[in-house]
Design a protein around this ligand. Structure first.
Ligand SMILES: [Zn+2]
Length: 279
């Protein structure tokens, strides 16, 4: 899809399964089950959507999925599926790993930064050798020292090797990454999770990351149990969603299996989605 001079595509690193209850927080199962069917282990299927952006002469990747550094136990727990994975999808778009100039992580949970690194011989190395990687500083600091409650969401091998290679640029607050691509902190899910706003030719798209991970999470109280600060998520949803609707921005969903992009229309206090196909 084109926004003026900026061009972007939604790619995906496949799917994973997470506990349905944890994905919908205080919403009772009889309600969320109508939106997302649970398997025999109460897990629902979630996509790991990523963006490939070409803007201001730079090649930018937003989110890198779950990667492939998983042992058998966790492969069973999370049931990763889908191919081709992100590096192969980039190759199909004519993008070599060394061509990527910037990697934007919205936060450092394992399903958002898995391909930040890969195994080379017996070492973990940045997957994108020439890229600057960006994330909010607060999220990076937290990822190095998570709490007992959210420890399972982090895998140090995804971001420590990037630090060792001195490829991180840690941000504090809103920042224009290149003209047309801006990161906007929207905390709640984590201390400093950021959304990514794309602008060009008078049009805007916004990657919502885990602020609104799927279209099922559009109603205000549908907030993940994983969120560290759910009331902050609520405040940020109340700020962001009316803005998206009012200005006709395209909303991009990080974890929705079927609707990767949609316009929002409010009817009787609820958001209806108008899905948009992006190839
Ligand atoms: Zn997350």
């Amino acid at each position: 899809m084109r926004l003026g001079d900026l061009e972007f595509l939604v790619l995906t690193d496949g799917t994973l399964r997470l506990d349905g209850g944890a994905m919908f927080g205080v919403i009772p199962k009889p309600m969320w089950e109508k939106k997302a069917r649970a398997d025999e282990r109460n897990r629902i299927v979630l996509a790991m959507n990523c963006l490939l952006i070409r803007a201001a002469g730079k090649t930018i990747v937003v989110e890198t999925g779950a990667g492939d550094k998983w042992d058998a136990k966790r492969r069973d727990i999370y049931a990763f599926e889908g191919s081709p994975r992100l590096p192969e999808q980039l190759a199909r778009q004519g993008v070599k790993l060394e061509d990527v100039d910037i990697v934007i992580n919205t936060h450092l949970h394992f399903d958002h930064c898995g391909w930040d690194t890969k195994i080379v011989g017996d070492k973990m190395r940045p997957t994108f050798p020439n890229a600057k990687y960006v994330v909010q500083k607060k999220d990076f600091e937290h990822a190095k020292n998570p709490t007992e409650r959210d420890r399972a969401s982090f895998m140090a091998d995804n971001y420590v090797p990037v630090a060792e290679a001195k490829q991180w640029e840690l941000l504090e607050g809103e920042r224009q990454i290149v003209p047309g691509v801006t990161v906007i902190p929207a905390p709640g899910h984590t201390d400093a999770m950021q959304c990514v706003k794309l602008e060009g030719g008078g049009k805007t798209a916004i990657f919502l990351a885990d602020l609104v991970p799927t279209t099922a999470h559009l109603p205000l109280p549908w907030i993940m149990g994983f969120d560290l600060y759910p009331l902050t998520t609520l405040e940020n949803k109340k700020k962001m969603l009316p803005q998206i609707e009012k200005h006709g921005w395209l909303a991009l969903f990080a974890h929705d299996v079927s609707t990767r992009a949609a316009y929002l229309h409010s009817r009787d206090g609820q958001y209806e989605v108008e899905p948009v196909k992006i190839d």
